[in-house]
Design a protein around this ligand. Structure first.
Ligand SMILES: O=C(O)CCC(=O)C(=O)O
Ligand SMILES: [Fe+2]
Length: 340
């Protein structure tokens, strides 16, 4: 909560309805909204693959201010349904591996790569032009796409504790204090507090490693320290928003968040593509099937796609052997030795 002195000026009438008045006559307290800004994508914007300047401004300002924005009605439902069927199936296979499943923090949330072959690749999902327009407006032209994966919140199952992940930042290393990486999250179903909508702490992209404990490399890295959480909760509480199917969530990599338990019977898959600034030297590569090369070159021109290509059969065999959590490294090469 931000505490303002009460000014006897007419402008105070213009303050938003979220103002809460404290008991003293000297101060009033403003609690910033915990919920994200949403850009309602029009059918024309969706089919052109281009937001109007007004909507782009809204997305850009939300990312600078909150570190997150939702683009609603951006993706066709039937495309999501097709991929969801496959990924729910795969999630069950991964879950069956038990202790060897690629889980992050706890077994109810697994890291799950999509099968990047011709059959399951859709440019509207993996190279969404509206998402790229938004990320380029913050990161600069041609962001680098070096990570495509997903997070699946699993329904209750015997022997698996349904617990929330610790609140964490995925930027669990000394990172720039300017925007350098945006995660493009695409849930394949509507996300709700019941099926494990990610808890998000808006505005926390402005904090650095000082708020964290757990080094990169530990299974539970990037955890936010308890005292920072309670302090921040007073300023701006976290939210678990309903995110409607068809939405794209663009989130600054630094934003504090935590995966939540899924209390329903359906797996909740959320894709994650990371766009890094062109100048940011992240060396990861995405595994694609060779057959996708042409499509990626044609439709991915506004990105630098850091890909590794394998024959389709090999890509099919390997995609479920991907890494998880700390095996990914979102840091960059040749870090500058500079202090601001
Ligand atoms: O699944 C989610 O909602 C978030 C997962 C997550 O943040 C993680 O595994 O790092
Ligand atoms: Fe995370």
């Amino acid at each position: 909560m931000l505490t303002y002195r009460l000014l006897p000026s007419p402008s105070s009438k213009l303050l938003p309805p979220l103002i809460r008045t404290l008991s003293t006559s000297q101060t009033r307290t403003i609690s910033a909204s915990s919920n994200p800004k949403t850009v309602l994508v029009s059918p024309e914007e969706k089919s052109r693959g281009h937001l109007t300047n007004q909507n782009l401004e809204l997305a850009n300002r939300a990312l600078h201010h909150d570190g997150l924005v939702v683009l609603e009605n951006a993706i066709s439902h039937e495309k999501l349904d097709f991929l969801n069927e496959k990924m729910v199936d795969d999630a069950k296979k991964l879950q069956a591996r038990g202790e060897d499943s690629p889980y992050n923090y706890n077994k109810g949330n697994i890291q799950q790569d999509p099968q990047l072959t011709k059959r399951y690749f859709d440019k509207e999902i993996f190279l969404n032009p509206l998402a790229t327009q938004v990320t380029s407006s913050v990161l600069g032209p041609r962001p680098r796409l070096s990570f495509i994966s997903g997070n699946s919140a699993l329904p209750p199952s015997p022997g698996v504790q349904q617990t929330a992940q610790p609140t964490h930042s995925d930027a669990d290393f000394a990172h720039p204090s300017s925007p350098f990486a945006l995660v493009v999250n695409i849930p394949l179903v509507t996300m709700t507090p019941e099926n494990g909508s990610t808890e998000i702490w808006l505005g926390t992209h402005k904090y650095g490693q000082e708020a964290q404990e757990g080094e990169h490399g530990e299974r539970a890295s990037g955890r936010i320290r308890e005292e920072w959480l309670s302090e921040r909760r007073r300023v701006r509480a976290p939210a678990r928003p309903v995110v409607r199917k068809g939405s794209v969530v663009v989130r600054d990599l630094r934003v504090w968040h935590s995966g939540q338990p899924n209390w329903t019977r359906e797996v909740r898959v959320m894709l994650a593509m990371i766009h890094f600034a062109g100048w940011y030297r992240n060396p990861m590569e995405v595994n694609f099937s060779e057959e996708l090369r042409g499509e990626l070159e044609r439709w991915g021109r506004d990105l630098v796609i850091q890909g590794r290509y394998a024959p389709e059969k090999e890509a099919e065999e390997k995609y479920l052997e991907g890494k998880f959590g700390n095996a990914y490294d979102f840091d960059q090469r040749d870090r500058l030795d500079v202090v601001f």
